[in-house]
Design a protein around this ligand. Structure first.
Ligand code: TPP
Ligand code: MG
Length: 387
C-alpha cells in the first residue's frame, strides 16, 4: 500500500519526475510493472465507461462553445484518471467540495448528463437555476456542493463539514479537490491547519496539473513537492500518479479508511496534466511548450488504462468501441435536449433566499415581471464570456 508517513517524501520524488510516485498501471508498452489491484472487474469497466463519458462531455462542450451555442466551457481532459480513482473510494454518504475540473467524479456518483448540461446552458432544468457559471455544477443529489469560482473557498467549507461530522459522531468523510495554484490561497492554509489540529475526517485532493492558467508550478511554489506542505500541518502527504486510476483508487481508499476510523486528514498530491486550455477563453499555445503537451498526451489516462485493460483481458476492443460510441451519443442527445429548454422563469431570481419571501422582495418581483411582460429577455451578447 501507499506510503503515508508525515516524513518528507524521498528526494527522488520531484515535480519533473511525475512517475516517481505511487503508481500501479504500466506507463508504456515497455514498462513491465506488475499490476496488482483489488478493484472488482465491474468497477474497472465502470471506470472506463465514466472516463470515456467525461471525455465525450468535454469534446461536445468545447464544440458547442466554439459554435457560439454555449457561453463558456472548462475542460478536464487529461484528468479523468484521478477522478474515477478518487470517486471509487468514496461512500454514498460522503460529502464532496469539488473544483471545476472533476466532472468525472460527479458522473461516477450518478449525477446525470442532463443536469450537467443544463448547468452549462443555465436553463430551467439547471439545479442552480442559471445563477452559476457553466461547468460550476451543484449536485445536491450526490452530496456535491456548488463549485465556487474564487479559488480555495471549498477547502475551508470541506473542513467545516468534516469537523461537524466528527462532532456528531458520523462516519462519513469530506473530500475537497483543488489545483496546484490553489495551494497558494489563504483558505488552503486555514483549512489544512485546522483539519490537522482537529484531526478532521477530510481528504485534501490536490490536482497538480502543473499549471494555474499560464502560471507554471515553478512560479507558484518553491517547495520541492506540494506534498511537502502536509508535513507543516501534521498530516500525511502522499504523491500519486494522477493519470493512473488504479493508483489513485488505492491511495484514496487508504486515506478515506483512515479518516473514517478517526485517524485524521490526508493530503493527496495527484500528478497530472491539463491537456487542454484552462477554459474556452484561454489559448495555451501562447505560453506552453508544445513538446511538453505532446509528452503528456502520451500519458493520457484513458489510453493508458485501456492499454492495460485490453492486455489484461479486462476490456475487449469491442467494449471500448461500444463505450466510445454510446457515450458520444448520450452526450450529443443531452446537449440537444438541454439546448431547447428555456430559461428559468424570471420570478425565480427572487427565490431560495428566504423561507418566506419578505414584502419588499415580493413587490420588486411583481414590478420586474410586469415590466418585462413576464418574459426573460433574449441574450444578445453572442454568449461571449470574458474569463
Ligand atoms: C482567489 C482567486 N484568485 C484568482 C482567481 C483566477 N483564477 C481562476 S482559475 C485560476 C487558476 C487555478 O489554477 P489551479 O488551482 O492550479 O487549478 P486548475 O485550473 O489548474 O485546475 C486562477 C488564477 C480566482 N478564481 N480566485
Ligand atoms: Mg493547476
Amino acid at each position: 500500500m501507499a506510503e503515508t508517513s508525515t516524513a518528507r517524501p524521498a528526494r527522488a520524488d520531484r515535480q519533473d519526475e511525475p512517475f516517481d510516485v505511487v503508481t500501479v498501471l504500466p506507463r508504456s508498452a515497455d514498462d513491465a510493472r506488475p499490476v496488482r489491484t483489488d478493484i472488482p472487474k465491474a468497477d474497472l469497466l465502470r471506470m472506463h465507461r465514466v472516463m470515456t463519458l467525461t471525455r465525450a462531455l468535454d469534446t461536445r462542450g468545447m464544440l458547442y462553445q466554439r459554435q457560439g451555442r454555449l457561453g463558456f466551457y472548462l475542460p478536464c481532459s487529461g484528468e479523468e484518471g484521478h477522478q474515477v480513482g478518487a470517486a471509487w473510494a468514496l461512500a454514498k454518504g460522503d460529502w464532496l467540495f469539488p473544483s471545476y475540473r472533476v466532472a468525472g467524479v460527479a458522473l461516477w456518483r450518478g449525477a446525470t448528463l442532463d443536469k450537467a448540461v443544463a448547468n452549462c446552458f443555465g436553463n430551467a432544468e439547471d439545479n442552480a437555476k442559471g445563477r452559476q457559471m457553466p461547468v460550476h455544477y451543484s449536485f445536491a443529489e450526490v452530496n456535491w456542493l456548488s463549485i465556487s469560482s474564487p479559488l480555495g473557498t471549498q477547502i475551508v467549507q470541506a473542513v467545516g463539514a468534516a469537523r461537524a461530522m466528527q462532532i456528531r459522531g458520523e462516519k462519513n468523510v469530506a473530500v475537497t479537490w483543488f489545483g496546484d495554484g490553489s495551494t497558494s490561497t489563504n483558505d488552503f492554509h486555514t483549512g489544512m491547519n485546522f483539519a490537522g489540529v482537529w484531526k478532521a475526517p477530510c481528504i485534501f485532493f490536490c490536482q497538480n496539473n502543473q499549471w494555474a492558467i499560464s502560471t507554471p508550478l515553478s512560479q507558484q511554489c518553491a517547495a520541492e513537492t506540494l506534498a511537502d506542505k502536509a508535513v507543516g500541518y501534521g498530516m500525511p502527504g502522499v504523491r500519486v500518479d494522477g493519470n493512473d486510476a488504479l493508483a489513485v483508487a488505492e491511495v484514496m481508499k487508504e486515506a478515506v479508511d483512515r479518516a473514517r476510523a478517526g485517524g485524521g486528514p490526508t493530503f493527496v498530491e495527484a500528478l497530472t496534466y491539463r491537456m487542454g486550455p484552462h477554459s474556452s477563453s484561454d489559448d495555451p499555445t501562447r505560453y506552453r511548450p508544445s513538446d511538453e503537451v505532446e509528452e503528456w498526451r502520451r500519458r493520457d489516462p484513458i489510453e493508458r488504462f485501456r492499454a492495460w485493460a485490453l492486455g489484461a483481458g479486462v476490456l475487449t476492443a469491442d467494449a471500448v468501441k461500444k463505450d466510445e460510441e454510446e457515450c458520444a451519443a448520450l452526450v450529443s442527445e443531452a446537449f440537444k435536449r438541454q439546448e431547447s429548454v428555456g430559461k428559468p422563469p424570471l420570478e425565480s431570481l427572487f427565490e431560495d433566499v428566504y423561507g418566506e419571501m419578505p414584502e419588499h422582495l415580493r413587490e420588486q418581483r411583481d414590478f420586474l415581471v410586469a415590466l418585462e411582460g413576464g418574459k426573460v429577455r433574449e441574450d444578445t451578447s453572442g454568449a461571449a464570456f470574458p474569463l
